[in-house]
Design a binder for this molecule. Structure first.
Ligand code: PMP
Length: 407
Protein backbone atom coordinates (compact mmCIF):
# COMPACT_ATOMS: atom_id res chain seq x y z
CA UNK A 1 0.00 0.00 0.00
CA UNK A 2 1.28 3.48 -0.78
CA UNK A 3 1.52 5.68 2.27
CA UNK A 4 0.15 9.18 1.84
CA UNK A 5 1.19 10.23 5.34
CA UNK A 6 3.34 13.37 5.20
CA UNK A 7 2.65 13.67 1.49
CA UNK A 8 1.73 16.81 -0.42
CA UNK A 9 -1.62 15.11 -1.03
CA UNK A 10 -2.38 14.63 2.66
CA UNK A 11 -1.34 18.21 3.44
CA UNK A 12 -3.85 19.47 0.86
CA UNK A 13 -6.56 17.21 2.26
CA UNK A 14 -5.96 18.55 5.75
CA UNK A 15 -6.18 22.16 4.56
CA UNK A 16 -9.30 21.37 2.52
CA UNK A 17 -11.09 19.82 5.50
CA UNK A 18 -11.14 23.24 7.15
CA UNK A 19 -12.56 25.23 4.25
CA UNK A 20 -14.42 22.73 2.04
CA UNK A 21 -17.37 20.70 3.43
CA UNK A 22 -16.28 17.08 3.67
CA UNK A 23 -12.93 17.95 2.07
CA UNK A 24 -14.40 17.58 -1.39
CA UNK A 25 -17.89 17.18 -2.82
CA UNK A 26 -19.43 14.39 -4.81
CA UNK A 27 -17.77 11.45 -6.51
CA UNK A 28 -14.23 12.72 -5.97
CA UNK A 29 -14.61 12.79 -2.18
CA UNK A 30 -11.82 10.87 -0.40
CA UNK A 31 -14.39 8.43 1.00
CA UNK A 32 -14.88 7.15 -2.55
CA UNK A 33 -11.18 6.63 -3.26
CA UNK A 34 -9.47 3.26 -2.93
CA UNK A 35 -6.81 3.09 -0.20
CA UNK A 36 -3.63 4.89 -1.23
CA UNK A 37 -5.23 6.80 -4.11
CA UNK A 38 -4.17 10.43 -4.49
CA UNK A 39 -6.85 13.08 -4.48
CA UNK A 40 -4.81 15.91 -6.00
CA UNK A 41 -2.99 15.99 -9.33
CA UNK A 42 -0.22 18.23 -10.55
CA UNK A 43 -0.26 17.68 -14.30
CA UNK A 44 -1.27 15.37 -17.08
CA UNK A 45 -0.19 14.66 -20.62
CA UNK A 46 -1.52 12.17 -23.17
CA UNK A 47 -2.66 9.15 -21.16
CA UNK A 48 -0.33 9.88 -18.24
CA UNK A 49 -1.28 11.58 -15.02
CA UNK A 50 1.07 12.88 -12.30
CA UNK A 51 -0.08 13.45 -8.74
CA UNK A 52 1.08 16.22 -6.43
CA UNK A 53 3.69 13.86 -4.96
CA UNK A 54 5.26 13.27 -8.35
CA UNK A 55 3.94 9.76 -8.95
CA UNK A 56 2.96 9.06 -12.57
CA UNK A 57 0.29 6.68 -13.77
CA UNK A 58 -1.19 5.45 -17.01
CA UNK A 59 -4.66 6.94 -16.68
CA UNK A 60 -7.67 4.70 -17.26
CA UNK A 61 -10.21 7.18 -15.87
CA UNK A 62 -9.59 10.08 -18.27
CA UNK A 63 -11.01 12.59 -15.78
CA UNK A 64 -14.11 10.34 -15.50
CA UNK A 65 -14.74 10.64 -19.23
CA UNK A 66 -13.96 14.10 -20.60
CA UNK A 67 -10.46 13.32 -21.80
CA UNK A 68 -10.96 11.46 -25.08
CA UNK A 69 -8.00 12.63 -27.20
CA UNK A 70 -5.56 12.54 -24.29
CA UNK A 71 -4.68 15.17 -21.72
CA UNK A 72 -3.49 18.47 -23.23
CA UNK A 73 -3.99 17.35 -26.80
CA UNK A 74 -1.93 19.78 -28.92
CA UNK A 75 -4.68 20.45 -31.51
CA UNK A 76 -7.24 21.22 -28.84
CA UNK A 77 -4.84 23.34 -26.83
CA UNK A 78 -3.91 25.33 -29.96
CA UNK A 79 -7.59 26.01 -30.70
CA UNK A 80 -8.11 27.03 -27.06
CA UNK A 81 -5.14 29.35 -27.16
CA UNK A 82 -6.23 30.98 -30.40
CA UNK A 83 -9.78 31.54 -29.16
CA UNK A 84 -8.66 32.90 -25.79
CA UNK A 85 -6.55 35.48 -27.60
CA UNK A 86 -9.78 36.67 -29.31
CA UNK A 87 -12.16 36.52 -26.34
CA UNK A 88 -13.99 33.94 -24.29
CA UNK A 89 -16.79 35.28 -22.13
CA UNK A 90 -18.30 38.19 -24.05
CA UNK A 91 -21.74 39.84 -24.28
CA UNK A 92 -22.77 37.14 -26.66
CA UNK A 93 -21.27 34.11 -28.35
CA UNK A 94 -18.48 34.16 -30.89
CA UNK A 95 -18.92 32.86 -34.45
CA UNK A 96 -17.55 29.54 -33.16
CA UNK A 97 -21.03 28.82 -31.69
CA UNK A 98 -22.58 28.54 -35.14
CA UNK A 99 -19.65 26.55 -36.49
CA UNK A 100 -19.95 24.10 -33.60
CA UNK A 101 -23.73 23.78 -33.94
CA UNK A 102 -23.35 23.05 -37.67
CA UNK A 103 -20.71 20.43 -36.93
CA UNK A 104 -22.83 18.67 -34.28
CA UNK A 105 -25.95 18.69 -36.48
CA UNK A 106 -23.85 17.27 -39.29
CA UNK A 107 -22.37 14.51 -37.12
CA UNK A 108 -25.47 13.33 -35.30
CA UNK A 109 -28.19 11.91 -37.58
CA UNK A 110 -31.15 12.58 -35.27
CA UNK A 111 -30.04 16.17 -34.64
CA UNK A 112 -32.07 18.81 -36.47
CA UNK A 113 -30.82 21.37 -33.97
CA UNK A 114 -28.65 21.61 -30.88
CA UNK A 115 -28.05 23.89 -27.95
CA UNK A 116 -25.21 24.08 -25.49
CA UNK A 117 -24.64 24.27 -21.74
CA UNK A 118 -21.78 23.49 -19.41
CA UNK A 119 -22.46 20.26 -17.51
CA UNK A 120 -24.13 16.98 -18.30
CA UNK A 121 -26.74 17.86 -15.69
CA UNK A 122 -27.62 21.00 -17.68
CA UNK A 123 -28.18 18.84 -20.73
CA UNK A 124 -30.26 16.08 -19.11
CA UNK A 125 -32.35 18.65 -17.23
CA UNK A 126 -32.94 20.67 -20.40
CA UNK A 127 -34.00 17.48 -22.21
CA UNK A 128 -36.65 16.79 -19.57
CA UNK A 129 -37.85 20.40 -19.65
CA UNK A 130 -38.02 20.45 -23.45
CA UNK A 131 -39.92 17.14 -23.50
CA UNK A 132 -42.46 18.49 -21.01
CA UNK A 133 -42.81 21.77 -22.89
CA UNK A 134 -43.20 19.97 -26.21
CA UNK A 135 -45.77 17.45 -25.02
CA UNK A 136 -47.60 19.49 -22.40
CA UNK A 137 -47.28 16.44 -20.12
CA UNK A 138 -45.50 15.76 -16.85
CA UNK A 139 -44.46 12.13 -16.29
CA UNK A 140 -40.90 11.03 -16.99
CA UNK A 141 -39.66 7.43 -16.92
CA UNK A 142 -36.12 6.78 -15.71
CA UNK A 143 -34.30 3.52 -15.01
CA UNK A 144 -33.97 2.69 -11.33
CA UNK A 145 -30.37 3.40 -10.23
CA UNK A 146 -29.33 5.29 -13.37
CA UNK A 147 -27.30 8.47 -12.94
CA UNK A 148 -28.47 11.54 -14.84
CA UNK A 149 -26.97 14.35 -12.78
CA UNK A 150 -26.67 16.19 -9.52
CA UNK A 151 -29.83 18.27 -9.09
CA UNK A 152 -32.93 17.32 -7.07
CA UNK A 153 -34.94 15.69 -9.88
CA UNK A 154 -32.18 13.11 -10.43
CA UNK A 155 -29.63 13.28 -7.59
CA UNK A 156 -28.58 9.90 -6.12
CA UNK A 157 -28.80 11.48 -2.65
CA UNK A 158 -32.10 12.31 -0.96
CA UNK A 159 -30.51 14.93 1.31
CA UNK A 160 -32.20 18.25 0.64
CA UNK A 161 -34.53 16.71 -1.94
CA UNK A 162 -38.31 16.91 -1.52
CA UNK A 163 -40.88 14.38 -2.67
CA UNK A 164 -42.30 17.10 -4.88
CA UNK A 165 -38.98 17.40 -6.74
CA UNK A 166 -39.54 13.87 -8.01
CA UNK A 167 -43.33 13.79 -8.01
CA UNK A 168 -43.55 12.99 -11.70
CA UNK A 169 -40.75 10.45 -12.00
CA UNK A 170 -41.61 6.80 -12.61
CA UNK A 171 -39.12 3.97 -12.67
CA UNK A 172 -38.42 1.01 -14.92
CA UNK A 173 -35.60 -1.54 -14.97
CA UNK A 174 -33.00 -1.28 -17.72
CA UNK A 175 -33.58 -3.87 -20.47
CA UNK A 176 -36.85 -4.98 -18.86
CA UNK A 177 -39.73 -4.43 -21.28
CA UNK A 178 -42.43 -5.47 -18.83
CA UNK A 179 -41.24 -2.91 -16.28
CA UNK A 180 -41.36 -0.21 -18.98
CA UNK A 181 -44.94 -1.17 -19.83
CA UNK A 182 -45.93 -1.14 -16.15
CA UNK A 183 -44.46 2.34 -15.65
CA UNK A 184 -46.12 3.54 -18.88
CA UNK A 185 -49.45 2.37 -17.57
CA UNK A 186 -48.97 4.38 -14.41
CA UNK A 187 -48.05 7.44 -16.47
CA UNK A 188 -51.17 7.05 -18.62
CA UNK A 189 -51.85 9.99 -20.92
CA UNK A 190 -49.42 12.16 -18.96
CA UNK A 191 -46.17 10.63 -20.30
CA UNK A 192 -43.73 13.31 -21.46
CA UNK A 193 -40.50 11.33 -21.85
CA UNK A 194 -38.55 8.16 -21.34
CA UNK A 195 -34.98 8.88 -20.31
CA UNK A 196 -32.47 6.10 -20.92
CA UNK A 197 -28.69 5.81 -20.53
CA UNK A 198 -26.66 4.80 -23.57
CA UNK A 199 -26.00 1.56 -21.71
CA UNK A 200 -26.54 0.49 -18.12
CA UNK A 201 -23.45 1.88 -16.44
CA UNK A 202 -24.56 1.91 -12.81
CA UNK A 203 -21.82 2.45 -10.23
CA UNK A 204 -20.46 -0.79 -8.73
CA UNK A 205 -22.50 -3.18 -10.85
CA UNK A 206 -22.14 -5.38 -13.88
CA UNK A 207 -22.71 -3.19 -16.92
CA UNK A 208 -25.38 -4.06 -19.48
CA UNK A 209 -25.60 -3.07 -23.10
CA UNK A 210 -29.13 -2.28 -24.27
CA UNK A 211 -30.75 -5.24 -25.97
CA UNK A 212 -32.09 -4.42 -29.46
CA UNK A 213 -35.59 -5.43 -28.24
CA UNK A 214 -35.40 -2.96 -25.38
CA UNK A 215 -34.16 -0.08 -27.54
CA UNK A 216 -36.77 -0.69 -30.25
CA UNK A 217 -39.49 -1.11 -27.64
CA UNK A 218 -38.71 2.30 -26.13
CA UNK A 219 -38.79 3.84 -29.60
CA UNK A 220 -42.10 2.27 -30.49
CA UNK A 221 -43.86 3.13 -27.22
CA UNK A 222 -42.69 6.72 -27.54
CA UNK A 223 -43.97 6.79 -31.13
CA UNK A 224 -47.28 5.31 -30.04
CA UNK A 225 -47.82 7.78 -27.20
CA UNK A 226 -46.16 10.91 -28.57
CA UNK A 227 -43.62 10.99 -25.71
CA UNK A 228 -40.00 11.96 -26.29
CA UNK A 229 -37.27 9.32 -26.21
CA UNK A 230 -34.27 10.87 -24.47
CA UNK A 231 -30.90 9.10 -24.67
CA UNK A 232 -28.48 10.25 -21.98
CA UNK A 233 -25.22 10.02 -23.91
CA UNK A 234 -23.34 12.23 -21.43
CA UNK A 235 -20.99 9.46 -20.37
CA UNK A 236 -20.78 7.20 -23.43
CA UNK A 237 -21.07 9.89 -26.12
CA UNK A 238 -18.34 9.83 -28.83
CA UNK A 239 -16.65 6.70 -27.40
CA UNK A 240 -18.99 4.10 -28.88
CA UNK A 241 -20.15 5.86 -32.02
CA UNK A 242 -19.64 9.46 -33.13
CA UNK A 243 -23.23 9.56 -34.41
CA UNK A 244 -24.74 8.70 -31.02
CA UNK A 245 -24.55 5.51 -29.00
CA UNK A 246 -27.89 4.10 -30.17
CA UNK A 247 -27.31 4.71 -33.89
CA UNK A 248 -25.90 1.20 -34.25
CA UNK A 249 -29.08 -0.25 -32.81
CA UNK A 250 -31.06 1.54 -35.50
CA UNK A 251 -32.88 3.59 -32.84
CA UNK A 252 -32.83 7.38 -33.02
CA UNK A 253 -33.83 9.40 -29.98
CA UNK A 254 -35.91 12.58 -30.06
CA UNK A 255 -33.46 14.26 -27.71
CA UNK A 256 -29.93 13.42 -26.58
CA UNK A 257 -27.83 14.83 -23.78
CA UNK A 258 -24.08 15.08 -24.33
CA UNK A 259 -21.15 16.39 -22.36
CA UNK A 260 -17.97 14.84 -20.94
CA UNK A 261 -15.89 14.01 -24.04
CA UNK A 262 -17.32 16.70 -26.33
CA UNK A 263 -14.51 19.22 -25.74
CA UNK A 264 -11.67 17.05 -24.42
CA UNK A 265 -11.88 18.37 -20.89
CA UNK A 266 -13.27 21.87 -21.46
CA UNK A 267 -16.65 22.56 -19.90
CA UNK A 268 -19.37 22.05 -22.44
CA UNK A 269 -22.56 20.06 -22.83
CA UNK A 270 -25.08 19.79 -25.62
CA UNK A 271 -28.67 18.87 -26.27
CA UNK A 272 -29.49 17.56 -29.71
CA UNK A 273 -33.07 17.24 -30.86
CA UNK A 274 -35.54 16.61 -33.60
CA UNK A 275 -37.63 19.18 -35.42
CA UNK A 276 -40.87 18.40 -33.59
CA UNK A 277 -39.22 19.69 -30.38
CA UNK A 278 -37.60 22.77 -31.92
CA UNK A 279 -40.45 25.05 -30.86
CA UNK A 280 -40.35 23.68 -27.30
CA UNK A 281 -36.59 24.20 -27.19
CA UNK A 282 -37.20 27.78 -28.28
CA UNK A 283 -39.82 28.41 -25.58
CA UNK A 284 -38.09 27.05 -22.49
CA UNK A 285 -35.75 29.36 -20.64
CA UNK A 286 -32.37 27.71 -20.41
CA UNK A 287 -29.12 29.59 -20.04
CA UNK A 288 -26.13 30.31 -17.82
CA UNK A 289 -23.54 33.03 -17.37
CA UNK A 290 -20.84 30.89 -18.98
CA UNK A 291 -22.85 28.95 -21.51
CA UNK A 292 -21.69 31.03 -24.47
CA UNK A 293 -18.00 30.98 -23.58
CA UNK A 294 -16.16 30.67 -26.84
CA UNK A 295 -13.06 28.83 -25.61
CA UNK A 296 -14.79 25.57 -24.77
CA UNK A 297 -16.65 25.75 -28.08
CA UNK A 298 -13.35 26.12 -29.91
CA UNK A 299 -12.10 23.13 -27.94
CA UNK A 300 -15.20 21.19 -29.00
CA UNK A 301 -14.78 22.01 -32.71
CA UNK A 302 -11.15 20.87 -32.55
CA UNK A 303 -12.06 17.75 -30.56
CA UNK A 304 -14.93 16.61 -32.75
CA UNK A 305 -12.99 17.28 -35.95
CA UNK A 306 -10.08 15.22 -34.67
CA UNK A 307 -12.32 12.41 -33.39
CA UNK A 308 -13.76 12.12 -36.88
CA UNK A 309 -10.37 12.17 -38.56
CA UNK A 310 -9.04 9.44 -36.26
CA UNK A 311 -12.17 7.29 -36.32
CA UNK A 312 -11.79 7.48 -32.57
CA UNK A 313 -14.28 4.78 -31.53
CA UNK A 314 -12.44 2.21 -33.69
CA UNK A 315 -9.10 3.04 -32.07
CA UNK A 316 -10.52 2.88 -28.55
CA UNK A 317 -12.30 -0.39 -29.38
CA UNK A 318 -9.02 -1.93 -30.51
CA UNK A 319 -7.19 -0.80 -27.39
CA UNK A 320 -10.14 -1.85 -25.23
CA UNK A 321 -10.12 -5.35 -26.71
CA UNK A 322 -6.41 -5.64 -25.99
CA UNK A 323 -7.02 -4.55 -22.40
CA UNK A 324 -9.97 -6.87 -21.86
CA UNK A 325 -8.21 -9.90 -23.26
CA UNK A 326 -5.01 -9.14 -21.36
CA UNK A 327 -6.83 -8.68 -18.07
CA UNK A 328 -8.76 -11.92 -18.57
CA UNK A 329 -5.55 -13.84 -19.28
CA UNK A 330 -3.69 -12.40 -16.33
CA UNK A 331 -6.54 -12.90 -13.87
CA UNK A 332 -6.91 -16.51 -15.05
CA UNK A 333 -3.17 -17.03 -14.70
CA UNK A 334 -3.49 -16.09 -11.02
CA UNK A 335 -6.59 -18.24 -10.61
CA UNK A 336 -8.86 -15.23 -10.01
CA UNK A 337 -12.47 -14.93 -11.11
CA UNK A 338 -13.24 -11.49 -12.51
CA UNK A 339 -16.14 -10.10 -14.49
CA UNK A 340 -15.48 -7.61 -17.25
CA UNK A 341 -18.51 -5.84 -18.63
CA UNK A 342 -19.54 -2.78 -20.60
CA UNK A 343 -18.25 -1.73 -24.00
CA UNK A 344 -14.49 -2.35 -24.22
CA UNK A 345 -13.90 1.41 -24.63
CA UNK A 346 -15.52 1.93 -21.21
CA UNK A 347 -14.63 -1.19 -19.27
CA UNK A 348 -15.78 -2.22 -15.82
CA UNK A 349 -13.74 -4.78 -13.91
CA UNK A 350 -15.31 -6.44 -10.87
CA UNK A 351 -14.07 -9.37 -8.81
CA UNK A 352 -16.52 -12.20 -8.27
CA UNK A 353 -17.66 -12.76 -4.67
CA UNK A 354 -16.66 -9.22 -3.80
CA UNK A 355 -19.92 -7.53 -2.72
CA UNK A 356 -18.14 -4.76 -0.80
CA UNK A 357 -15.50 -4.24 -3.52
CA UNK A 358 -12.73 -5.06 -1.05
CA UNK A 359 -10.76 -7.22 -3.48
CA UNK A 360 -11.33 -4.66 -6.21
CA UNK A 361 -10.07 -1.81 -4.05
CA UNK A 362 -6.99 -3.75 -2.90
CA UNK A 363 -6.30 -4.77 -6.51
CA UNK A 364 -6.54 -1.16 -7.68
CA UNK A 365 -4.29 0.07 -4.85
CA UNK A 366 -1.59 -2.42 -5.76
CA UNK A 367 -2.00 -1.75 -9.48
CA UNK A 368 -1.65 1.97 -8.77
CA UNK A 369 1.59 1.27 -6.95
CA UNK A 370 2.81 -0.28 -10.21
CA UNK A 371 1.83 2.72 -12.28
CA UNK A 372 -1.74 2.37 -13.56
CA UNK A 373 -4.77 4.31 -12.34
CA UNK A 374 -7.84 2.03 -12.48
CA UNK A 375 -11.18 2.14 -10.66
CA UNK A 376 -12.68 -0.69 -8.59
CA UNK A 377 -16.36 0.24 -9.01
CA UNK A 378 -16.91 2.74 -11.77
CA UNK A 379 -16.57 2.12 -15.47
CA UNK A 380 -13.22 3.26 -16.79
CA UNK A 381 -12.47 5.19 -19.97
CA UNK A 382 -10.00 4.70 -22.79
CA UNK A 383 -8.82 7.56 -24.97
CA UNK A 384 -7.21 8.02 -28.37
CA UNK A 385 -3.92 8.67 -26.57
CA UNK A 386 -3.67 5.08 -25.31
CA UNK A 387 -1.32 3.04 -27.47
CA UNK A 388 -0.74 -0.70 -27.40
CA UNK A 389 2.40 -0.04 -25.33
CA UNK A 390 0.36 1.93 -22.77
CA UNK A 391 -2.19 -0.87 -22.53
CA UNK A 392 0.64 -3.36 -22.02
CA UNK A 393 2.02 -1.17 -19.23
CA UNK A 394 -1.44 -1.25 -17.62
CA UNK A 395 -1.50 -5.03 -17.97
CA UNK A 396 1.90 -5.37 -16.30
CA UNK A 397 0.71 -3.20 -13.42
CA UNK A 398 -2.55 -5.17 -13.20
CA UNK A 399 -0.56 -8.40 -13.14
CA UNK A 400 1.10 -7.18 -9.94
CA UNK A 401 -2.37 -6.31 -8.60
CA UNK A 402 -3.74 -9.77 -9.40
CA UNK A 403 -0.68 -11.45 -7.85
CA UNK A 404 -1.28 -9.43 -4.67
CA UNK A 405 -4.93 -10.54 -4.49
CA UNK A 406 -4.09 -14.17 -5.27
CA UNK A 407 -1.70 -14.19 -2.31
N1 PMP B 1 -25.55 11.63 -17.18
C1 PMP B 1 -24.61 10.67 -17.10
C2 PMP B 1 -24.87 9.36 -17.76
C3 PMP B 1 -23.41 10.90 -16.44
O1 PMP B 1 -22.49 9.95 -16.36
C4 PMP B 1 -23.20 12.18 -15.84
C5 PMP B 1 -21.92 12.49 -15.11
N2 PMP B 1 -21.24 11.43 -14.58
C6 PMP B 1 -24.21 13.12 -15.94
C7 PMP B 1 -25.37 12.83 -16.62
C8 PMP B 1 -24.07 14.48 -15.31
O2 PMP B 1 -23.02 15.16 -15.91
P1 PMP B 1 -22.27 16.34 -15.12
O3 PMP B 1 -21.54 15.70 -13.99
O4 PMP B 1 -21.36 16.94 -16.12
O5 PMP B 1 -23.32 17.29 -14.67
Amino acid sequence: MISLVNSADSALRTRAQRVIPGGLWGHMNAANLPEGYPQYFAHANGCRLTDVDGRSFVDLMCAWGPIILGHRNPLVEAAVHEQSMQGDCMNGPGPILVELAELVVDMVPHADWCLFGKNGTDATTSCVTIARAGTGRRKVLVARGAYHGAVPWCSPSVAGVTEEDRAHLLHYRYNDLASVDAAMERAGADLAAIVVSAFRHDFGFTQELPTPEFAHHLRSVCDATGAALVVDDVRAGFRLDLRGSWERLGVRPDLSAWSKAIANGYALSAVTGRDWLRQAATEIFTTGSFWCSAVSMAAAVATLTELRRLDAPAHMRLMGERLRQGLAERAAHHGLAITQTGPVQMPTLLFQDDPEWQKGSAFCAETLRHGAYLHPKHNMFLSCAHTAADIDAVLDAADAGFRFIAR
